[in-house]
Design a protein around this ligand. Structure first.
Ligand SMILES: N[C@@H](CCC(=O)N[C@@H](CS)C(=O)NCC(=O)O)C(=O)O
Length: 221
């Protein structure tokens, strides 16, 4: 039986959607919307206590934290090269990148709140927007630095689930930080988006629901 992925198109649930495609085990997608109250339905609340996506029904349980789901799937499934062995030199790096994606993800989430969801100008804080943009730009430097030795992916050994966690995050971060100063990161993101499984996952969930602009500038002043 296929896993059931509770998802909003273009949200962190894309990480799980994409990983399941990389594993050749695509999920059945149950779609929600960010602002229509669907995350507050009682049935969903029982699956995700914070009322957020992703939530994944798999192997007789429900999981609701994207990094944990990605790590669980890598460990529970065999026959793939998405995770270095526990005793590998790269294992600590893999774990760090897997979870560093949420350092970026939190920054993007704060900026989404300011730019997209606090829809009246008086609700927004230009100070918070400026600080969060700067913090995101700083956090992105670690990705650029990791890629400057000419490697194609976060780990020298090749593509892994850490790239799956990071790919969605970078595709959101580029809405707020121009990637002109991050050329390796920009090329890396394009490399990730050209993967067959990435594109299949995108097609499965439909158009992203968050952004109506390619880039969001800081308010003037
Ligand atoms: N750390 C969690 C964060 C989950 C999360 O915040 N998801 C967002 C979408 S990207 C959400 O469901 N937001 C709905 C809300 O905040 O009401 C994870 O990585 O799974």
């Amino acid at each position: 039986m296929a896993a059931i992925l509770h998802s909003i198109a273009g949200s962190r649930s894309f990480r799980v959607n994409w990983l399941l495609h990389e594993l050749g085990e695509p999920a059945e997608i149950v779609a929600y919307a960010i602002m229509d109250g669907s995350l507050q339905q009682p049935d969903f609340k029982s699956k995700s206590p914070a009322r957020r996506v992703p939530a994944l029904e798999i192997d007789g349980r429900v999981m609701y934290e994207s990094g944990a789901i990605v790590q669980y799937l890598c460990e529970a499934r065999g026959g793939h090269s998405l995770m270095p062995a526990v005793d590998s030199q790269e294992r600590a790096d893999w774990l760090q990148w897997l979870h560093y994606a949420e350092t970026l993800g939190a920054g993007v989430q704060n900026l989404n709140m300011q730019h997209l969801f606090l829809f009246k100008d008086w609700m927004k804080s230009p100070t918070v927007m400026g600080i969060e943009t700067k913090r995101l730009a700083i956090a992105l430097k670690a990705i650029e630095a990791a890629l400057t030795d000419g490697r194609d992916y976060l780990l020298a050994s090749g593509f892994s689930a850490a790239d799956v966690m990071m790919g969605f995050t970078l595709d959101s971060a580029r809405r707020y930080v121009r990637f002109d100063s991050y050329p390796q990161t920009a090329a890396y993101l394009e490399r990730l988006k050209s993967r067959e499984a990435y594109q299949a996952a995108e097609a499965a969930e439909g158009p992203q629901q968050f952004y109506t602009q390619d880039f969001y500038d800081l308010p003037e002043g």
